[in-house]
Design a protein around this ligand. Structure first.
Ligand code: F0G
Length: 484
């Protein structure tokens, strides 16, 4: 694989060679974030930074626009290969992310290759005919972060780094720890003390990371780490690192393959630090530019009400970004000062998407509904279904439109949340009081607290008989209002 890429500042447009980026991945001119561009990227213009002068006039064959038909065929063919890079659901699409020189440097756990599920009951609940969920929680470390980590960590290996680090609400650290361990690199994670789910913390420890719990929030962790990487030779693996987003754009390709290149009308994504929505948007927009698709889906971002800086920006007349003090039980998206907000806002605008916020009660209900469909996800992922309900109610998504929810994390990431919910211990009395009657009945039907019984046949039989006599509606298997 040859690498022909540059970094372009998304703020001032300045370009640099990939190796020239500062360790905090900020533009020295304007502090903006970089994006990776290729000779075939939109607006790439004259290719004159870091490239030999004659290659500008006579681009070598690999810098020409990749051929759409040829690429689709090649990507399909690689599915039958036994090579690790071909089996990876990220590197299978490597023509669109030529960021490492040598495939030998690729660190892969065969990420990607995630299922696309039909969600009929959730579709009925949201008021659409057809709903799909791309479950990125089915990645090797249980979240979408693996697709970005394989990309950026491979660059770290190629550039000879020994140490990598990230600040995280949990999933980035789990993914980084796993990929660093595979590559034999040392890793450090900064996490907010007491505010990450156990599943994620245990992963970082299991994969051998040096785990530092700081008495601050995610935003505080990232701020501190950004300073540290400027003093030590540590490679920063947060999503300010533009190579992360190159990996995270590939689910857009995989999704379209799974849909036989039929572009859905809408994609709904949770928003935290806003790298993922930016990456998926980049993927779709690049595919359109390359002629692989004729149009892009609308990309809508959903935030938790208590961690909603993008929503506030979106609904603010003056379109001003004001960081917030974030608070939500969906700890993965407990972020008040999102690094990639400009990139994400551009994606929303360029694709015609929307931004919504959802309450803690709405998140809990949607998570239980996704669980009751046998799919399950972590709380941050459930904002997608909760948000879709609102988008439909407001007429922004219509019944016949095809919608894809991006489920970002596995349900086992945060078992405490699920257990608290089913035991009726998650929401405060005040939150429960704020629910509308229909929602409360729905929560009651969905809750499945475990029965604790004497190990006695008669006792067990009696309890089971009582439960088995319940109707589908009482067990939340039926969609409200549709029971016959
Ligand atoms: N869903 C899950 C499960 C996440 O872990 C995250 C982010 C998001 C959604 C939001 O994605 O930040 O790209 O907008 N988790 C990060 C972490 C911040 O540290 O694991 P985003």
């Amino acid at each position: 694989m040859s690498t022909t890429h540059q970094l372009r500042c998304t703020n001032c447009g300045a370009r640099i060679a990939g190796e020239a980026a500062r360790s905090d991945f900020r533009c020295p001119e304007c502090n903006g974030l970089y994006e990776v561009i290729y000779p075939w990227s939109e607006g790439a213009g004259p290719w004159n930074v870091g490239a030999p002068a004659d290659s500008v006039a006579n681009p070598s064959p690999e810098v020409r626009l990749p051929n759409p038909g040829g690429m689709r065929h090649l990507w399909q063919e690689r599915k039958t290969s036994t090579l690790a890079v071909d089996q990876s659901g990220v590197w299978r699409f490597r023509e669109l992310l030529p960021i490492v020189r040598d495939v030998e440097h690729v660190v892969t756990l065969r990420e990607g290759n995630t299922p696309l599920y039909e969600m009929q009951r959730s579709a009925d609940l949201a008021g659409v005919d057809w709903l799909l969920a791309k479950h990125q929680g089915m990645n090797p470390s249980g979240s979408f972060k693996d697709t970005g980590m394989t990309a950026a960590l491979s660059v770290a290996v190629e550039r000879g780094f020994q140490w990598v680090a990230c600040a995280s609400t949990g999933n980035t650290s789990a993914a980084m720890a796993a990929y660093a361990a595979r590559a034999g690199l040392r890793s450090i994670v900064f996490i907010p003390d007491g505010k990450i789910a156990w599943g994620k913390l245990s992963q970082a420890m299991d994969y051998g990371s040096l785990t530092v719990q700081l008495k601050t929030d995610f935003d505080g962790c990232l701020k501190l780490l950004t300073k540290l990487v400027q003093q030590f030779p540590i490679y920063l693996l947060n999503s300010v690192n533009p190579y992360r987003l190159e990996g995270q754009k590939t689910p857009s390709m995989e999704l379209l393959e799974q849909m036989e290149w039929q572009v859905p009308e809408h994609l709904v994504v949770p928003g935290g630090n806003l790298g993922n929505s930016s990456a998926l948007g980049k993927g779709f927009l690049e595919m359109k530019h390359l002629g692989l698709i004729q149009r892009v889906p609308k990309i809508s971002v959903i935030q938790a009400e208590g961690a909603n800086p993008l929503y506030r920006w979106f609904t603010d007349e003056n379109r001003e970004m004001k960081p917030v003090k974030a608070e939500t039980r969906a700890t993965a998206i407990r972020i008040g000062n999102p690094a990639s907000w400009k990139k994400a806002s551009r994606v929303i605008e360029e694709t015609g998407g929307w931004c919504e916020q959802v309450s803690e009660q709405e998140i809990a209900l949607a998570k239980a509904e996704i669980g009751a469909e046998g799919v399950g996800c972590e709380p941050a992922s459930a904002v997608t279904l909760a948000g879709l309900k609102k988008l439909v109610a407001a007429g922004r998504v219509t019944r016949e439109q095809r919608v894809v929810l991006v489920l970002t994390g596995h349900t086992l990431k945060d078992p405490q949340y699920t257990i608290d919910y089913h035991r009726g211990e998650l929401l405060t009395a005040e939150e429960v009081a704020g629910e509308i009657a229909g929602e409360r009945a729905r929560h009651e039907a969905l809750r499945k607290p475990p029965l604790v019984l004497e190990a006695d046949e008669a006792v067990v039989l009696k309890a089971l008989e009582k439960r088995m006599a319940k109707t589908d509606a009482e067990c939340a298997l039926a969609v409200p209002g549709t029971a016959k």
